[in-house]
Design a protein around this ligand. Structure first.
Ligand SMILES: [Zn+2]
Length: 351
């Protein structure tokens, strides 16, 4: 009687396991609460699988292995099936329930042009009206194109590492400190007439502050032909100033020195903030400096293979940041390179 009863009990356990396995395989649930109910029914402490686990101690020793394997299989299957149901509910929610087809599409944010790009383009457009066209060159340059060809003395402070970023000393490779190097390259390749604008980024070894940065942007212009005079330069400068800052703008030229021009001058415009009356911005002088200019030094023309007895020319150059500050009253140069959207969004341009 005893062995028979044990055998029967085991058959009963196996049947029950098979029955539950079939049941679990075909479980269905559409909501999280239904899944939780199934979990309680099968896997909680008082659930059907746990009940079988409790009965396991009554299984005959020689059957324990087989029944144990089936029981574990059942437990894993139940857990797996419930996890599957949970996942399918989560997937359905994200793919179906959360889509609202009546909602308006997310607005596409349009970017704005960087203020430096806006002003650089404006300067170039004005000079284009005078017949200039754009020329470009490398930012990594050699000593000849940045300094030597442009008549810089061997002991000029710009050649010092304090002022210039050198990449190598021998040969001297450096980051250009002005876009005049593009002028050198054009003059070497092309005979006059030359009428070019050189916009671009330049680098100087400066401590970064609100009024200085280690890189900034320049636009330079160069005009070489027969009979180009200082009067031509002055007329171009007046036109540029009026186009940039308004028809009432006045200019004045102060003598200055640059290695590559002779004579040289710096140009001031009547302060566009106070209209020339005097304010803290113009230090109460009524004038603000905006660019440097002059007649191209004959040495520079000769260095580049242009006959200085036949040709003359003028050059002018300005910092784009400086002009942008004047036009938009940006007080801190660093804002131009911080990429803060709140700053950049204020500059809208139709260009
Ligand atoms: Zn002023």
């Amino acid at each position: 009687m005893y062995p028979f009863a044990r055998k029967k009990y085991n058959i009963h356990m196996i049947d029950k396991i098979n029955q539950l396995l079939a049941e679990i395989d075909s479980l269905k649930a559409g909501k999280a609460e239904e899944i939780e109910a199934l979990r309680i029914k099968y896997l909680s402490k008082k659930g059907e699988v746990s009940a079988l686990m409790n009965d396991f101690r009554n299984v005959a020793a020689d059957q324990k292995r087989e029944v144990g394997i089936r029981l574990n299989e059942l437990k894993e299957k139940a857990q797996e099936r419930i996890n599957q149901l949970k996942e399918s509910i989560e997937n359905n929610q994200s793919s179906d329930d959360n889509i609202d087809l009546t909602r308006t599409a997310a607005p596409v944010e349009l970017g704005t042009r960087h203020p430096i790009s806006i002003v650089k383009k404006e300067i170039c457009d004005i000079l284009r009206k005078l017949g200039f066209s754009i020329a470009e060159g490398p930012e990594i340059e050699d000593d000849w194109h940045v300094f030597s060809a442009l008549n810089f003395a061997d002991d000029h402070p710009a050649r010092d590492m304090q002022d210039t970023f050198f990449i190598s000393r021998s040969p001297e490779i450096l980051l250009r400190t002005h876009t005049s190097s593009v002028q050198t390259r054009v003059m070497e390749k092309q005979q006059p007439p030359i009428r070019i604008i050189c916009p671009g980024r330049v680098y100087r070894n400066e401590a970064i502050s609100y009024r200085a940065h280690c890189f900034f942007h320049q636009v330079e212009a160069l005009y070489i032909d027969k009979n180009v005079s200082f009067a031509d330069l002055k007329q171009a400068l007046l036109f540029l100033a009026k186009e940039l800052f308004g028809a009432d703008t006045k200019i004045r030229l102060r003598p200055s020195y640059f290695p590559f021009t002779e004579p040289s001058a710096e140009m001031d415009i009547s302060c566009n903030i106070c209209g020339g009356k005097g304010c803290p911005f113009c230090k109460h002088t009524g004038w603000v400096e905006i660019l440097g200019c002059g007649m191209v030094d004959p040495n520079v023309l000769e260095n580049c293979g242009i006959d200085s007895k036949v040709y003359t020319g003028y050059a002018l150059g300005m910092g784009v940041e400086r002009i942008t500050n004047l036009k938009y009253r940006v007080k801190d140069l660093r804002m131009f390179s911080e990429n803060d959207k709140r700053f950049l969004e204020q500059f809208e341009s139709a260009h």
